[in-house]
Design a protein around this ligand. Structure first.
Ligand SMILES: [Zn+2]
Length: 500
């Protein structure tokens, strides 16, 4: 049936085709770096990682942008309390976010624009909206978006136009507000002394101030789309369900009013909440859990990924100790089988039919499940069936061929749920550059980067061999050789690269 997603815009499952064949532009709302991002935030980022990896596995070239919000009410308050400029206050949290991302094996976005680096673009957007008459300056000198002048307002969150009219009498200058009170929202907040104190104010033709939260995503997405020559409409915009209103509704209003396009993103995907032991994570309940807390408790990234993906992204997920323990055991079982499979791989051609069938089922079922609105729980069930059936074949003394193992590796690569470091992990997992897609033909000069490059190519060669593309495998071997690397296949199915 092909790739399809549940589009929040239409509230239905739709086939997915990017506007530019073979390319996908994707924007995901990133963290506000005022604190450590919690595991609920990371559930969303992991769902987006799965989305990105599956698009790439389907052969699409993805351009992925994730913003870092480094100016907002909370940041200004916290930075003020510490007497630090916002840039200095947010920097450690940006670094921490990248560390947590790497711990959870989330593929890095192609760009992480920070709001304060795109002030000029935001000012241009506000000027454009003022010129079009959809924005106005309030008597408080702040600039607001007039939602009544944008007829499509409320489409994404399915706001009732009548209640909209009733509620739209006022305006709101805070970043978050509820759906029952849709009001004119702030684009640019006039500077206050507390903003000046933490270097959170910029000059603009319509007065000194700072951007509202919603404005940054529109400005940065449009700027980066233009830079890549990808037009003015995103293929995919994703985020947590809590962002549908007002954040995404406001992003659409600003962007479409500015560009004149009928869409800001053609497909909107939203991930559900994560609860901790039955309650929503909040400061009030004292149950905020971060990836670094879990890491310190010895929780492995493979187990966490498995736990997250065992529940569909549009279903609520409850994080409990039991669920974590079960995921750890599941990840361990998958890793154990992976090791056994690789050790048993035959080096000769020709495959018993049973393994060919097994591999076909793994590849086909995982692919079908992920095509179906990223049904990762079904894909994982397929993997566990494959473990059961594969172990039976191995018990019978039937060894799999390279090709069958490669199908297994490919199916696993998208979910990436094996235990870290142990089991049967090889160059194809977590090898830095290997996780970034196809490496370039020219090796980097820096030694460590060069080794990652060689490992990435070795992994690509293994995959090529797996699909019996020996011409490509040979080309990669020659390419590595020319760069001074030899590649050796080990008996246990792993690959070694060495400098010659
Ligand atoms: Zn956003």
């Amino acid at each position: 049936m092909g790739l399809r997603f549940y589009n929040t815009l239409s509230r239905s499952i739709e086939p997915f085709t990017p506007a530019v064949p073979g390319r996908v532009s994707m924007y995901t709302c990133g963290p506000t770096i005022w604190n450590y991002a919690h595991i609920g935030n990371f559930r969303t980022f992991l769902f987006e990682d799965l989305l990105r990896r599956w698009l790439e596995a389907r052969g699409l070239r993805v351009f992925h942008v994730m913003n870092l919000t480094d100016v907002d009410d909370r940041i200004i308050k916290e930075a003020g309390a510490r007497g630090l400029p916002i840039r200095e206050f947010t920097e450690p949290f940006a670094r921490a976010f990248f560390e947590d991302r790497d711990f959870l094996r989330i593929r890095p976005a192609h760009a992480y624009p920070r709001a304060t680096d795109f002030i000029a673009e935001m000012i241009r957007l506000v000027e454009g909206l003022l010129a079009k008459g959809v924005a106005y300056q309030g008597d408080d000198r702040s600039v607001y978006f007039a939602i009544q002048r944008f007829p499509a307002y409320g489409q994404l969150s399915q706001l009732d136009r009548r209640s909209l009219k009733a509620g739209a009498s006022g305006r709101v200058s805070t970043d978050e507000y509820d759906k029952e009170n849709a009001q004119d929202f702030v684009l640019w907040k006039a500077a206050r002394p507390e903003d000046e104190a933490v270097a959170a104010a910029w000059d603009a033709p319509f007065g000194r101030g700072r951007p509202g939260w919603h404005l940054e995503c529109s400005a940065m997405a449009l700027a980066l789309l233009a830079r890549e020559g990808l037009g003015e409409v995103l293929d995919i915009h994703a985020g947590g369900v809590d962002l549908i209103f007002p954040h995404h509704e406001d992003e659409i209003a600003q962007s479409c009013a500015f560009t004149g396009a009928s869409h800001f993103a053609r497909v909107w995907l939203h991930g559900e909440f994560l609860n901790v032991r039955g309650t929503k994570m909040s400061k009030r309940f004292g149950n905020i859990t971060t990836p670094r807390d879990l890491k310190a408790d010895g929780v492995d990234a493979g187990a966490l990924r498995l736990l997250m993906f065992q529940t569909h992204y549009r279903q609520k997920l409850d994080l409990t100790d039991e669920a974590l323990a079960a995921a750890r055991e599941g990840s361990r079982r998958l890793g154990e089988f992976d090791g056994r499979l690789r050790r048993a791989t035959r080096r000769t051609a020709g495959t018993p039919n049973a393994w060919a069938e097994w591999a076909g089922r793994v590849a086909g079922d995982v692919s079908e499940a992920l095509d179906d609105d990223l049904n990762a729980p079904r894909a994982i069930a397929t993997l566990f069936d494959a473990v059961r059936d594969g172990n039976r074949l191995l018990d019978q003394g039937l060894p799999p061929g390279d090709g069958e193992v490669a199908e297994w590796v490919r199916a696993l690569e998208v979910l990436d749920v094996l235990p870290s470091g142990g089991g049967g992990t090889t160059v194809s997992h977590g090898a830095g550059a290997a996780a970034e897609g196809a490496p370039s033909d020219t090796p980097p000069t820096e030694p460590e980067a060069s080794e990652n490059w060689a490992r990435a190519w070795a992994a690509a060669r293994l995959t090529a061999k797996g699909r019996r593309d020996f011409k490509e495998a040979d080309r990669i071997r020659d390419l590595l050789k020319a760069a001074g690397w030899s590649v050796r296949d080990n008996k246990d199915g792993t690959v070694e690269v060495r400098r010659v």
